[in-house]
Design a protein around this ligand. Structure first.
Ligand SMILES: Cc1cc2nc3c(=O)[nH]c(=O)nc-3n(C[C@H](O)[C@H](O)[C@H](O)COP(=O)(O)OP(=O)(O)OC[C@H]3O[C@@H](n4cnc5c(N)ncnc54)[C@H](O)[C@@H]3O)c2cc1C
Ligand SMILES: NC(=O)c1ccc[n+]([C@@H]2O[C@H](COP(=O)([O-])OP(=O)(O)OC[C@H]3O[C@@H](n4cnc5c(N)ncnc54)[C@H](O)[C@@H]3O)[C@@H](O)[C@H]2O)c1
Ligand code: SF4
Ligand code: FES
Length: 809
């Protein structure tokens, strides 16, 4: 039987994915010809953001190489635009004068970027961000010019702006609304996002209406209806997209915003289908790949005359912003209205915000900022319309109950792992088992999981590890510190030790960093590693610190600061309290708050007052801002409590005095309770001590924050000295082997409690050496507030001048 002639118009992501599905359904049914306006084989458009941000290259984002088309007997005509479809004659014509007949035709012409019709929009240097050419233009412009203006504070605009910053340009983002990404985020998440991106170096012109683009030949500046003009050598418009329907409409096919299709992707013309961003289904036009791939699956079945069930019924949208160092997720509904209720968590210290929107006991939407680890679970709850009335608010967000499993082992087979491609855990596990797959790349090639935005790669790796056990070599899939290098954290530490490196610039230079200046991910990490390896000689590099650590206070959302003096073991006295009260009066501190770590937070202090507040307080810094030892919370203990058999306060104070000011990979919180009633909550601390009959039990790896974890028993010791010694060995081992920004709870899961016990309890020599190295690390610590008060230059640079580059976490 002769093959049916199938023409695909549009060689992009949705159309070619649909062809792949057709080849799976019935590889022999069609003789296929593809027309593509761009002069490339099908590539991953999503990854243009990563190309621009320097994380990958154009060569690496090709999805279907020329050989793939050849292998599948597909005729590919690149650089050729179809200009008309004669639906009655069933032929098409191209801009190269070609005419070709079809039996079936798929239109997958995608979208065009919307270009604001501004005076001067046709000047050189005004572009969109949609294809390889735009990406190349931006990279080339950055070599010659300095100042970019991105119009549009949506997903695309922000990803473009991050890329241009990475390319060394100064970037203004012009946004028409009061809040960024208003289509995906509520005001709180959006405000946190803006603050984070400002810290990365983006400048925002919010609520600005662009009026004109000025310049003779090339753009020189951008003017606004409301605001001062700004200089611009390059203008990138990212103000949305318009489905590319002109050719279909001119050919008499029904269009509205997009090409109108039914649940089987059929258009108004016989044997003509549409898929992707150009298609309008039930009055919806989609601009993300997940729905487009779902459409492609349905169409492939339809065109191959296979069972299609209910067809395509529409999709719930979810997005993640692809900007390194910023975790943002949004799915479904996020706006408050009378029909919904919301669960919210906001932690201004950790810069985490989570909002879950619930209607009729079902989650209908979510916004996550700062910690998106629950995104997949929430998406499953939304998609499966799970009744959450029996789940507590904490459970919904901490994902540790039966409906919301935490680890891949606990997930059900039906759970979606790759949202872009709709691939479940079960699909991946059976592919690994049936096709003997051993790497993420093989899983990608076989199942499509991780083939689009790539954010699910880590989970795919975890499933490989869970399925293959020891046979999985995760080391071969190493993760680098950041996009400036291919080296892992462990390799950087190894090189620092082996080559005797002593300065951040030296590390970046010697280890061939791709970005001369590094970035906000690698610089603080290198600074920590250098200090850890050379505790005596290394001069801490303030510029590589996150802003709070640099200022030794926590910046608040209104630009004021919070100051927390140390109160050893949570114990204070009338003199200190009086001093705090006097400072609060003198500097009109708007809020005094008792913290969870048993001390007093003075919130809302003006930047210029911060050094004088420290001076008047004359107390040590509580390090509430630092990747360092934070607090040692204590219970009342033997002196006053009738259950107490031990001196928890005395031990807590001794621990805090010994380890205060010590830098660690992430913050470390401790607790001491004098009996198993555990009033100091020692079981959710990084290090928790609990008094039992005649001994102290030491627990480690606990976390009481957004990812709750119970601490595990490390050992039981008989004296206060042994407690101090064991903590010293334990913390030093953590300092030396954890990756920067890895909490003890994650670190211990990675390295294993048994391994920690073997090193610090069973190996006497290693234990002794760890304690010795800890003692050295503790010798060189300065009280930071005193240090700044007594150093005019530091004080001036930090609190009186506008700080230069603010790195923030
Ligand atoms: C920088 C960037 C980052 C993105 N990041 C994400 C992300 O993280 N997650 C996500 O889900 N989505 C993301 N998207 C959106 C995603 O890329 C699109 O939804 C997807 O590519 C749309 O696929 P499509 O096939 O419908 O259109 P396209 O991929 O645009 O393909 C359409 C193709 O048809 C060609 N064409 C048009 N008319 C004709 C004609 N008459 N004749 C011949 N050829 C024609 C076009 O030149 C184009 O090559 C991103 C988009 C961009 C630009
Ligand atoms: N990570 C991701 O998922 C990702 C990344 C990039 C692009 N995309 C997709 O690509 C498509 C295009 O992205 P986009 O961000 O351009 O579209 P968008 O429609 O999501 O956002 C456009 C933004 O521009 C703003 N805007 C509109 N007119 C403006 C004006 N005159 N001045 C200033 N701002 C103005 C809007 O308020 C809006 O926030 C979308 O479908 C998006 O979903 C997705
Ligand atoms: S932990 Fe025990 S000793 Fe400490 S306050 Fe509570 S009950 Fe008293
Ligand atoms: S979630 Fe985007 S590729 Fe898997």
């Amino acid at each position: 039987m002769s093959k049916r002639k199938l023409i695909l118009i549009g060689n992009g992501m949705a159309g070619v994915r649909c062809l792949e599905e057709i080849l799976k359904e019935d590889p022999e049914k069609f003789e296929i010809t593809v027309f593509g306006r761009e002069s490339h084989p099908n590539y991953n458009r999503l990854m243009l953001s990563s190309v621009l941000q320097g994380d990958t290259s154009i060569d690496d984002i090709v999805l279907n190489s020329y050989e793939w088309y050849e292998r599948n007997n597909i005729t590919l005509c690149t650089g050729e635009t179809v200009t008309v479809i004669q639906t009655e004659k069933k032929t098409i014509q191209t801009d190269k004068g070609k005419s070709m007949a079809y039996d079936d035709l798929i239109i997958a012409t995608g979208s065009n970027p919307f270009m604001l019709p501004l005076p001067g929009a046709d000047k050189e240097g005004v572009i969109a961000f949609r294809d390889i050419k735009d990406c190349e233009t931006m990279i080339q412009s950055s070599e010659k010019y300095k100042k970019a203006v991105v119009i549009g504070g949506g997903l695309l605009g922000l990803e473009a702006a991050r890329g241009l910053l990475n390319l060394g340009m100064d970037v203004d983002v012009v946004h028409i609304m009061d809040h960024l990404m208003e289509r995906q985020l509520d005001v709180t998440a959006s405000t946190m996002l803006q603050a984070e991106l400002e810290n990365q170096g983006m400048n925002f012109l919010m609520n600005h209406h662009t009026e004109a683009i000025i310049g003779s030949g090339r753009v020189k500046k951008v003017t606004f209806r409301n605001g001062k003009p700004v200089k611009a050598d390059l203008v990138v418009m990212a103000v949305g997209i318009k489905p590319n329907v002109g050719m279909a409409a001119d050919s008499g096919i029904e269009t509205n915003r997009g090409i109108v299709v039914n649940d089987y992707m059929e258009t108004s013309a016989p044997d003509v289908y549409a898929v992707g961003e150009c298609a309008e289904h039930r009055e919806m036009v989609y601009g993300l790949v997940a729905p487009l791939y779902e459409q492609g699956k349905v169409l492939a079945k339809r065109i191959c005359e296979k069972e299609t069930g209910k067809g395509y019924e529409g999709s719930i949208l979810s997005t993640k912003l692809k900007v390194s160092g910023v975790d943002v997720f949004s799915a479904g509904e996020f706006v408050d209205d009378p029909t919904v209720r919301a669960v919210r968590i906001q932690d201004d210290f950790e810069k985490i915000y989570k909002k879950i929107v619930i209607r009729d006991n079902k989650i209908v939407g979510a916004v996550l900022f700062g910690d998106t680890s629950e995104s997949r679970n929430l998406l499953n709850l939304i998609h499966n319309e799970i009744d959450v009335s029996d789940m507590s608010q904490v459970n919904i967000l901490q994902t540790n109950d039966d409906n919301t499993p935490n680890t891949v082992a606990e997930m059900s087979d039906s759970e979606t792992i790759c949202g872009c491609n709709g691939v479940s855990k079960g699909d991946i596990v059976s592919a690994i088992q049936n096709d003997k797959l051993t790497s993420v790349t093989q899983v990608r090639d076989c199942t499509n999981a991780s083939r689009s935005c790539g954010t699910c790669k880590g989970l795919v790796g975890e499933i490989l590890e869970y399925t293959l056990g020891d046979d999985y070599d995760s080391a071969s899939e190493k993760e680098s510190v950041c996009s400036c290098t291919t080296l892992t954290h462990e390799e950087v530490v190894y090189e620092i030790r082996a080559k005797g490196l002593s300065h951040t610039r030296e590390v970046m230079n010697v280890l061939d960093w791709q970005e001369e200046e590094g970035c906000s991910k690698c610089r603080p990490a290198i600074n920590y590693y250098l200090g850890m390896v050379n505790p005596i000689d290394y001069e801490d590099e303030k510029e590589s610190r996150f802003v709070n650590e640099r200022m030794h206070a926590n910046i608040q959302k209104d630009g004021t600061y919070s100051v927390v003096p140390r109160m050893y073991g949570g114990v204070t006295n009338a003199k200190d309290l009086r001093r705090i009260a006097d400072v609060a009066d003198k500097y009109e501190v708007p809020l005094l708050k008792i913290t969870g770590g048993q001390r007093i937070d003075l919130l809302g202090i003006k930047k210029e007052d911060v050094p004088n507040v420290w001076k008047d307080l004359d107390m040590p810094s509580g390090y509430a801002y630092g990747k360092a030892i934070r607090t040692v919370k204590t219970c009342v203990g033997e002196d006053f409590c009738r259950f107490g058999t031990q001196d928890s306060i005395g031990l807590g104070i001794a621990i805090e005095k010994k380890f205060e000011k010590l830098n660690t990979p992430h913050k470390v919180k401790m607790g001491v309770s004098a009996c198993p009633r555990n009033c100091a909550e020692s079981s959710i601390k990084d290090v928790g001590v609990i008094g039992v009959e005649g001994a102290w039990e030491i627990y480690v790896g606990g976390n009481g924050g957004s990812s709750l974890r119970a601490a595990e028993l490390l050992c039981s010791v008989s004296s206060d000295e042994k407690v101090l010694e064991t903590i010293a060995a334990y913390l030093q081992y953590y300092r030396e082997t954890a990756q920067y920004l890895e909490r003890t709870s994650h670190w211990i899961e990675r390295v294993g409690l048994e391994n920690v016990k073997a090193v610090i309890l069973e190996n006497t020599q290693e234990r002794t050496e760890l304690i010795e190295r800890m003692e050295i690390a503790l010798t060189n610590l300065k009280e930071p507030w005193q240090d700044i008060i007594s150093d005019y230059k530091k004080k001036h640079d930090l609190f009186e001048e506008k700080a230069l580059t603010m790195i923030d976490n």
